[in-house]
Design a protein around this ligand. Structure first.
Ligand code: PLP
Length: 481
């Protein structure tokens, strides 16, 4: 048997480490160049068999063989977010400086829980927390920490809100309520569940016809909670809803929260990228009055998964996640230990990706990438406004378009049947990847645009694929009736 320490990254193996990584990078680059479509529409059974057939107890001989095997299991049939006809979920093409950082992050493998496992890494993360908080306008006492995603950031924010509310009111968990719009992300309900409140503790505040939370309805629901003897623990406003990409009226909601002394959390998982925009930062006006904010860098800052942060106006509220262990972060520590602020212990140095992105590109360039995607959504909306075959659910605010194939005189019931089929066919044929959603019980398609390199003409190609597939499948549907 060969010496297994050859596989450990040490001073002695630095040359073979370099070769392996270069081989890997070239392999991925080849796939990027050769991927002619956003997906092959792989068949689950076929891929599952290939994965199951791998003998995990019989390793391959070398890096090349491992990469070739990986191609057949994964890369040949990957779903490529950089492809112009991938317009489905909130997945972004990633920026190269962040990929450079990934190499460093995983090789050095710092853990950001304590100073003695990270040193400068802790300081880099803290600078980025401060940078983000400053762009949010949260004030001098702000703080925060990087997390694995919007779900984790929302959970931590609501955990802090729970801590503050219970400290102030002594209310039992069963009386606590979280108010969020009907279009808020499902992670709010998940968080309420995890926090011991139960999903029923989330009160869904109605939205207006643009799918924005109605401040008047928020006021009404808050009063109703109080009349019922419940305790509003937090209001969650969304800055960029997952489906429609609209921003709740933050300033009005903030005023309502201040009047009722309720914690305001702003879920800016999607809209957070506006912090880097020179043209649209004002859309987030009012966010500076939040008690906590979620920003997903792995959405609109074009970072590889995972990279998110939760920011708080008052850093002292992070004490609700603080625990001390003698071996790790004793109370008497005189060095910064980020574990004091995090729900995780061992934690990746994801912040380095954003750091190198800002150092190599600058924030304005990141903002331009997001602005370009928003421009593209608006241009496409205008181009399709009078389209006889397509209906649009709403005008875009950020970069999502919710539309459906429904020529004049097609009954809505037929469109409800047809649109999910269009989506499935586009995926299975590898033509395009679009998302689907339901609005008031009806089926729609959703295009999420995040690729600044995609042209208007390329987006129109996706639309023409939707139309052609709709015509074809619609005819079949009619024949079957
Ligand atoms: C994507 C999203 C989330 C969840 O974030 P993850 O990073 O996927 O965990 C939360 N809220 C909103 C509004 C989102 O769009």
């Amino acid at each position: 048997m060969a010496d297994p320490t050859e596989h450990l990254l040490t001073a002695a193996t630095a040359p073979s480490y370099g070769r392996a990584i270069r081989d890997g990078v070239e392999h991925v680059a080849r796939h990027l160049v050769e991927a002619g479509a956003p997906t092959t529409g792989p068949d689950v059974e076929r891929l599952a068999k290939r994965v199951a057939d791998v003998d995990l107890d019989a390793p391959v001989d070398d890096v090349r063989s491992a990469l070739d095997e990986l191609s057949s299991l994964y890369l040949d049939d990957a779903v490529w977010f950089h492809h112009p006809r991938y317009v489905a979920h909130l997945n972004c093409p990633v920026v190269i400086p962040a990929l450079l950082a990934e190499v460093v992050v995983s090789a050095v493998n710092s853990s950001l829980d304590t100073w003695d496992q990270s040193a400068g890494g802790t300081l880099v993360e803290r600078r980025l927390v401060d940078w983000t908080a400053a762009r949010l306008g949260l004030g001098a006492d702000a703080d925060g920490v990087f997390t694995t995603g919007g779900t984790a950031s929302n959970l931590q924010a609501l955990l802090l809100a729970r801590g503050e509310t219970v400290a102030a009111t002594r209310a039992p968990l069963s009386r606590l309520r979280v108010l969020a719009s009907a279009d808020a992300h499902f992670s709010v309900e998940k968080a309420a569940d995890v926090l011991g409140l139960g999903r029923e503790a989330v009160v869904r505040v109605p939205v207006d016809r643009h799918h924005r939370m109605e401040p008047v309805a928020l006021e009404r629901e808050l009063l109703r909670c109080l009349a019922d003897g419940a305790v509003p623990m937090a209001v969650v406003a969304t800055a960029g809803t997952t489906d429609f990409g609209v921003i709740d009226p933050l300033a009005e909601i903030a005023a309502t929260c201040a009047r009722h002394r309720v914690w305001l959390h702003v879920d800016a998982a999607f809209g957070g990228g506006l912090l880097a925009s020179r043209r649209r930062r004002h859309l987030l006006d009012g966010i500076e009055r939040a008690d906590s904010v979620t920003v997903d860098f792995h959405k609109t800052f074009f970072q590889p998964v995972s990279s998110s942060a939760v920011l708080v106006r008052d850093g002292r509220t992070l004490r609700h996640v603080t625990m001390h262990a003698e071996y790790l972060n004793p109370r008497t520590a005189v060095v910064p230990n980020q574990v004091d602020k995090s729900m995780q212990t061992t934690r990746r140095f994801d912040a380095l990706k954003l750091w190198l992105t800002l150092r190599l590109m600058g924030a304005d360039a990141v903002g331009e990438l997001f602005d370009a995607a928003i421009d593209a959504a608006h241009t496409l909306y205008d181009a399709l406004a009078d389209d006889p075959d397509l209906e649009m659910a709403a005008a875009p605010e950020l970069s999502t378009l919710v539309l459906r194939y429904r020529p004049a005189e097609m009954p809505v019931g037929v469109a409800d049947e047809l649109n999910p089929r269009i989506r499935r066919a586009l995926f299975e044929r590898g033509d395009a990847v679009v998302a689907g959603t339901k609005v008031d019980g009806h089926s729609w398609l959703k295009l999420t645009l995040l690729n600044a390199a995609t042209t208007h003409a390329q987006l129109l190609e996706v639309v023409e694929l939707v139309r052609a597939t709709g015509k074809e499948l619609g005819a079949q549907l009619e024949e079957a009736c």
